[in-house]
Design a protein around this ligand. Structure first.
Ligand code: ADP
Length: 152
C-alpha cells in the first residue's frame, strides 16, 4: 500500500519553514498531499486560490507532491484521502504542547492515523506565516522568509 501523508495547514502564505518540512518528508512517503484549510472562522490574508497557487508553483517540479483543499475535521479529510499519516512541523515547545493535544485527540478519533512530526531546521525555526503577513502588510522585505514563488 502506498504511504500517503497529508500536511494540513493554512499556508497563509507558505514559508521557507513549510518548504523545509515538506522537502525533508519526501524520503519518508510515497506521496505528500499539502492540504490547505478553509476554516470559516479564520481571517486569512490571502484567498484560498492564491495560497494554493503559490504552493503549486513552489513544487511544480516534484511529482510526489500535490495540493488539495478541505474544510471540516482534518481526520475526516485524511480518511477521505486514504492518508495513513498526518505531517506537522515543530518549531519550539509552544508548538509541541499545542500539537501534542491535537495529535492525541486525533488518535482517539482515528487510531490508525499516525501523526509524524519533523523538527524544523534551526535556520527557519523563527519563521511563521503570521510574522510574514505583518511584514507584507507594512511593505517590508519578506523575501528572506518565503519561496520565490510568493509575490503578493
Ligand atoms: P496552522 O494554521 O494549521 O498552524 P500553518 O500553515 O501555520 O497552519 O502551519 C502548518 C504546519 O507547518 C504546522 O505543523 C506548523 O507547525 C508548521 N510550520 C509552520 N511554520 C513552520 C516553520 N517555520 N518551520 C517548520 N514548520 C513550520
Amino acid at each position: 500500500m502506498s504511504r500517503v501523508a497529508l500536511f494540513p495547514g493554512s499556508f497563509d502564505p507558505i514559508t521557507l519553514g513549510h518548504v523545509d518540512i515538506i522537502q525533508r518528508s519526501l524520503p519518508l512517503f510515497d506521496e505528500v498531499r499539502i492540504a490547505v484549510g478553509t476554516n470559516s472562522t479564520k481571517n486569512y490574508l490571502f484567498s484560498l486560490e492564491q495560497r494554493v497557487n503559490w504552493i503549486e508553483q513552489t513544487f511544480s517540479h516534484e511529482a510526489k507532491i500535490s495540493v488539495v483543499t478541505y474544510g471540516g475535521l482534518t481526520v475526516d479529510f485524511a480518511k477521505e484521502q486514504n492518508a495513513s499519516f498526518l505531517l506537522r512541523g515543530l518549531r519550539n515547545p509552544a508548538d509541541f504542547e499545542f500539537e501534542k493535544a491535537i495529535a492525541q485527540a486525533n488518535r482517539e478519533m482515528v487510531p490508525n492515523l499516525e501523526t509524524v512530526f519533523l523538527l524544523t531546521s534551526a535556520r527557519y525555526a523563527y519563521i511563521s506565516s503570521s510574522i510574514v503577513r505583518d511584514v507584507i502588510k507594512h511593505n517590508g522585505d519578506f523575501s528572506h522568509f518565503v519561496p520565490d514563488t510568493v509575490r503578493p
